[in-house]
Design a protein around this ligand. Structure first.
Ligand SMILES: Nc1nc2c(ncn2[C@@H]2O[C@H](COP(=O)(O)OP(=O)(O)OP(=O)(O)O)[C@@H](O)[C@H]2O)c(=O)[nH]1
Ligand SMILES: [Mg+2]
Length: 240
């Protein structure tokens, strides 16, 4: 067993799944991989099961019965990782927006001084490739908004490319995490921040997906806008 586990949530990622898994396993550092698939109709899970024969003891899959959002997929993966005592637990998308080669940069940060290492698009300017301007602006201003409401000094508050030390995840009551989209990413960072953990941003370049479909929706944006306010209120009431 490796000390690091890369958790990848998937919904209809048949066009990316095999290449992303192979990319992780071709890194110099040996990480294990857990796919959390929500019963994708396109057969993503079946593909993973086929690949498990090639990577026994390194590639794992959890299949949930229905599409229930990225947040709870990660919570499922985190609980799985904590039970198995992985020391470093990563979040990464399946769509190559996050370059698997950067896993090693996040790992280096987490094994030196970071309790939570964030693959950050905005710590050195705006490092986003191929996103329409509207998407860049939305994401960038989401981070400014989060900073304003929460006071948390993070450049990329909605980032989903992360390495956590296990103790950070163990300190968070994962059953209380209910958000499904960007609000989930913000809440995880905010809880780590409130918990006094050392958060480090590692600059990365984020590239828009070229294969498969986006699951972005207005509901996810709304959840983030109101979610940040509700986090701030919970904090004021000492509930967080
Ligand atoms: N298990 C699970 N995975 C999901 C769900 N929604 C999204 N994902 C996965 O989460 C990752 C991020 O989703 P994306 O659709 O790329 O969302 P995004 O990155 O915000 O948007 P785009 O990059 O514009 O597509 C991908 O690996 C998706 O397959 C879900 O409901 N359940
Ligand atoms: Mg994506």
């Amino acid at each position: 067993m490796s000390e690091g586990l890369v958790v990848i949530p998937t919904y209809n990622e048949i066009e990316n799944i095999e290449t992303i898994i192979r990319a992780v396993f071709s890194l110099a550092t040996a990480f294990d991989v857990l796919i959390v698939d929500d019963n994708s109709p396109d057969g993503t899970a079946q593909k993973v099961m086929e690949l498990q024969e090639e990577f026994p003891g390194r590639l794992f899959i959890e299949v949930r019965q229905e599409k229930s959002g990225l947040g709870t997929a990660y919570v499922h993966g985190f609980k799985w990782a904590i039970l198995r005592k992985y020391d470093y637990i990563f979040e990464m998308d399946a769509d190559f927006s996050h370059n698997p080669n950067d896993l090693e940069k996040l790992f280096a940060a987490a094994t030196t001084n970071a309790d939570l290492a964030i693959g950050s698009r905005y710590s050195t300017g705006v490092n986003v490739v191929n996103w329409p301007l509207s998407r860049v602006l939305l994401s960038y201003f989401a981070s400014v908004y989060v900073k304003f409401i929460t006071g948390m000094q993070i450049h990329d508050a909605t980032a989903g490319f992360i390495c956590y030390r296990r103790k950070v995840l163990e300190s968070i009551n994962l059953d209380n995490i209910k958000f499904v989209g960007y609000a989930f990413q913000i809440e995880m960072k905010y809880r780590a921040y409130v918990g006094g953990f050392n958060i480090v941003e590692v600059p990365i370049i984020f590239t828009d997906r070229t294969r498969g479909e986006s699951k972005m929706s207005n509901a996810i944006i709304k959840e983030a806008i109101f979610g940040v306010i509700s986090l701030r209120i919970k904090r004021m009431l000492n509930l967080l």
